[in-house]
Design a protein around this ligand. Structure first.
Ligand code: HEM
Length: 241
């Protein structure tokens, strides 16, 4: 459990013990998850802008960065702290229905995604991964920039994927719109989800522990694997032998 005072989130992140008489905040989201999260709006805006303005070299570079970050987030879903793990927030339909009916007894005593938030997390990550994956094959080799895996498919297939890539952007935009609406909805109900996603901490709750520090080596290994894979893709996925 992380025990830190309000505003001393960084100390807690670094595992530095803090003391004092104020009630301790709870660490809900680790630093890597938050950095990953805030890179999404920045990168998606930038990728939209580069596509609108035909800055294809940058569109391709940023897409590969987004691919690496998404892969890292997926790995973090297995080796990261509890609130980052898929196993902790992907709940069955019964929990989702009970949550929607306000009948889930443990919702007040948990940190991390709600059952519905867990599914929306999966949907957003999957939609971004699908969009980036289509971009890898998109483009026309005889007319402008292509994704690094474009030579692996025929021109007609690439053409279809390119159209899907353009259309699916609106599906992703719709999911992002839903995501932002949900955040506004909770804010109106008095539940501020944004501050914890910025600072990592939320006010204390009775008998609930925050997440503890995660061994940094796990983050390093996950980041290296994700970056390595993205680089391999950037070079057109050459044979490894
Ligand atoms: C392109 C735009 C965005 C995308 C793709 C996106 C995606 C996501 C994803 C995948 C998560 C799950 C976090 C995780 O477990 O890794 C999440 C959570 C969250 N996002 Fe976003 N996000 C976007 C923009 C924003 C913006 C602009 C805000 C704030 C104004 C925001 C606020 C939040 C908050 C508060 C959570 C935590 C929700 C919870 O408590 O369950 N997001 N977002």
């Amino acid at each position: 459990m992380t025990s830190n005072l309000p505003g001393q989130g960084v100390a807690a992140e670094l595992g530095v013990p803090v003391s004092g008489g104020l009630p301790p905040d709870l660490r809900v989201w680790d630093l890597l998850l938050r950095l990953t999260h805030w890179s999404f709006p920045l990168l998606i805006l930038a990728m939209w802008w580069t596509a609108e303005n035909s800055k294809w070299a940058w569109h391709r570079r940023l897409g590969l960065v987004l691919l690496g970050i998404l892969l890292f987030r997926v790995l973090w879903g297995f080796v990261g702290p509890e609130t980052a793990r898929f196993a902790s927030f992907v709940r069955g339909p019964r929990a989702v229905i009970a949550y929607l009916r306000g009948a889930l007894p443990d919702t007040a005593n948990r940190i991390g995604h709600s059952p519905i938030g867990g599914w929306s997390t999966l949907a957003l990550l999957a939609a971004m991964l699908l969009q980036v994956s289509m971009g890898l094959f998109a483009g026309d080799p005889f007319d402008g920039m292509t994704g690094p895996l474009n030579p692996l498919v025929g021109v007609l297939t690439a053409d279809t994927i390119t159209e899907l890539h353009e259309t699916f952007f609106w599906v992703l935009a719709g999911l992002i719109g839903l995501h932002l609406s949900a955040i506004v909805f909770y804010a109106v109900k008095g539940n501020d989800l944004v501050s914890p996603m910025v600072s990592g901490d939320r006010p204390p709750m009775q008998a609930v522990a925050g997440i503890g520090p995660t061994p940094w080596v796990r983050g390093l290994i996950a980041a290296t694997l994700a970056a390595g894979f993205a680089l391999w893709v950037a070079y057109g996925a050459p044979p490894l032998t």
